[in-house]
Ligand binder design. Structure first.
Ligand code: B12
Length: 210
């Protein structure tokens, strides 16, 4: 990993938000590709944070400050991830399911979709099944994206699909699912239309579903 990226990586892990902001800017100025800053430094660091949490070297507060530092870095990268130009490819309603507060992955998927020309309606985190249903009625998207990071909240993806069914809007949208514990097999099991393991493949999936 390039030295400048390694610095950002370490600063995310240490939860040093101002240093992450400065580091991302420095890496961009030095000509480091935006994609490498994102995947190696920012996403790479969050992966390490998760591993430390698993080993109980990190607890929730450390995880939280690291997440905030990463988000600050993401905010700086966003305009560069979102290259304009492409006309609206479609509309997507996206959110993290009920009971789940993880929003970094979901927001990243939203940003990349925006970059690919989609209109993105982000409902945020802890979004109940009914709220997804209402949003489909109001915004009439072609796509719905559900995110879950906890094995316990994954089940709420199924509840959300059922709510769309009950509201009679399930056949108006394609539903894609994602998040660390979600798999292709799980997506099929609950009757979603597709699964993608990361934000760039989420865009490819979205295009293929339309
Ligand atoms: C940061 C973090 C937090 C932060 C979240 C801050 C925030 N604003 O988001 C805080 C501190 C709040 C937190 C809290 C908790 N967390 Co947490 N957290 C993480 C951590 C370290 C990183 C997650 C992350 O942001 N990753 C980076 C992003 C870019 O990756 P991503 O989310 O996976 O998203 C990518 C893909 O999955 C995909 N994707 C995501 N969404 C979607 C949607 C669609 C439609 C598609 C197509 C694709 C897609 O594309 C994304 C981009 O490439 C993970 C570790 C891990 N390995 O995931 C644990 C982790 C998810 N947390 C965990 C736990 C246990 C918790 C808590 C229960 C801890 C506690 N005791 O309180 C709480 C739960 C709170 C709640 N109700 O939600 C566990 C879950 C275990 C499990 N199997 O269920 C993990 C795995 C840590 C661990 N190794 O044990 N957490």
């Amino acid at each position: 990993m390039h030295e400048l990226l390694k610095t950002v990586y370490d600063d995310v892990i240490n939860g040093d938000r101002p240093a992450v902001e400065a580091g991302v800017r420095a890496a961009m100025e030095a000509g480091q590709p935006v994609g490498s800053i994102l995947s190696e430094a920012l996403i790479g660091a969050m992966k390490e944070v998760g591993e430390r949490f698993e080993r109980q070297d990190f607890y929730v507060p450390e995880m939280l400050v690291a997440a905030r530092a990463m988000q600050a870095g993401l905010t700086i990268l966003k305009p560069h991830l979102v290259q304009a130009g492409v006309p609206a490819a479609g509309k997507v309603v996206i959110g993290t399911v009920k009971g789940d507060l993880h929003d970094i992955g979901k927001s990243l998927v939203g940003m990349m979709m925006e970059g690919a020309g989609f209109e993105v309606i982000d409902l945020g985190t802890d979004v109940g099944p009914e709220k997804f249903g209402e949003a489909v009625r109001t915004h009439k998207p072609q796509l719905v994206g559900l995110s879950a990071l906890l094995t316990t909240t994954m089940q709420n993806m199924k509840a959300t699909l059922e709510a769309l069914e009950d509201l009679g809007v399930r056949d108006q949208v394609k539903v894609m699912v994602g998040g660390a514990p979600v798999t292709d097999v799980f997506a099929k099991e609950i009757g979603a239309d597709g699964y993608a393991p990361d934000a760039s493949r989420a865009v490819t999936l979205a295009k293929s579903l339309l």
